[in-house]
Design a protein around this ligand. Structure first.
Ligand code: PSU
Ligand code: MN
Length: 311
């Protein structure tokens, strides 16, 4: 955590989140790249509000994180959410490497999983819900495209609840990377790694947990033992909303081929592929994405509550 002086200097925590943190109540962090770069307007704004509602409904306080005019914001106003949603991909996508630049120059930025974890840790938030994380991209042996999210999971003490790495990535390579870095990969109610749009895949998670309570207890033990780093908690999309692997794989292969033809690289890769998959599925992937994020928000709130009780 940052000390009080530095929090004052760089961070602005909303009244609701500050009260919850001061009183030791459960808080769930939410990222903002998913708003600006992960979904189109106006579904992105609606989904952000829904996420906040679902976290509250499940007994925790939501804290959407972003950088506004160079200030690290924890808990956004509706106007700030609307701004990030409307501006979309014009807002800078901020990962670890970009934070100092955006803050020093008083700019705006949407935070990725990596930077949302960093800012969560600065203020003492342990639980973070999102849709999907970045990982090792297909073809990484040639491009070296490995998301900074994985490195962050290796060192920052925040548990990330997602629906699994999506099939735009190389799943087995992502798992190998996480294993090397000492990141536990949990399946919620499953031994198989969920694959974002699909509830399952052919790959095994490291450990399975069926309840928020036992999972929260494991997190307490990990951090009490000084085993720094995050945990990747993979919560499968509910079956009624999933898109079968065979269907989504074909779409992803088309999107990847188009990406390679256009020569898209670096930070643009993930937003391009997400938007392309939405277009090719005529919006079906977006609906699945929204459902799985809300499902993760509900589970994250339960884990945050259980973690507070376990202390
Ligand atoms: N996966 C999704 N939706 C998203 C992202 C990933 O299903 O919006 C975003 C997250 O913010 C994640 C980032 O941290 O993309 C990863 O980008 P990159 O692969 O460039 O590290
Ligand atoms: Mn990348």
């Amino acid at each position: 955590m940052l000390n009080k002086e530095l929090i004052k200097k760089y961070v602005s925590i909303s009244k609701e989140v500050k009260e919850a943190l001061d009183q030791g109540k459960p808080v769930v962090a939410l990222e903002s790249t998913i708003i600006s770069h992960g979904m189109p307007y106006p579904k992105n704004a609606q989904t952000a509000y829904e996420c906040e509602r679902v976290v509250r409904e499940n007994g925790a306080t939501p804290a959407i994180i972003a950088i506004i005019n160079g200030v690290l914001k924890v808990g956004l106003t509706d106007e700030e959410v609307d701004y990030l949603a409307k501006e979309g991909r014009k807002v800078a996508k901020v990962s670890r490497r970009d934070i100092a630049h955006i803050v020093a120059n008083k700019l705006n930025g949407a935070t990725t999983v990596a930077s949302t974890m960093i800012i969560s840790e600065m203020v003492g938030i342990k639980i973070f819900a999102t849709g999907g994380i970045g990982g090792v991209h297909r073809g990484a042996e040639a491009t070296f495209d490995i998301s900074a999210d994985l490195e962050e999971l290796a060192k920052t003490n925040v548990a990330v609840i997602c629906a699994g790495p999506k099939a735009i990535l190389d799943l087995p390579k992502t798992l190998e990377y996480l294993e090397t870095k000492g990141v536990d990969v949990i399946g919620v109610g499953t031994n198989k790694l969920p694959a974002f749009y699909s509830s399952t895949s052919n790959y095994n998670v490291a450990h399975r947990y069926d309840e928020a309570e036992s999972l929260a207890h494991m997190l307490s033990v990990k951090w009490e033992l000084g085993l720094n780093g995050g945990v990747l908690i993979n919560n499968p999309i509910p079956k009624e909303y999933e898109i079968k692997a065979e269907v989504i794989d074909e779409v992803i292969n088309k999107a990847l081929a188009e990406m390679n033809d256009l020569g898209i690289k670096g930070q643009e890769v993930t937003p391009f592929l997400l938007a392309k998959v939405v277009e090719l599925t005529k919006g079906a992937s977006l609906e699945a994405n929204i459902k799985l994020v809300l499902n993760n928000c509900a589970f994250a709130a339960k884990v945050a509550r259980a973690l507070n009780k376990d202390k």
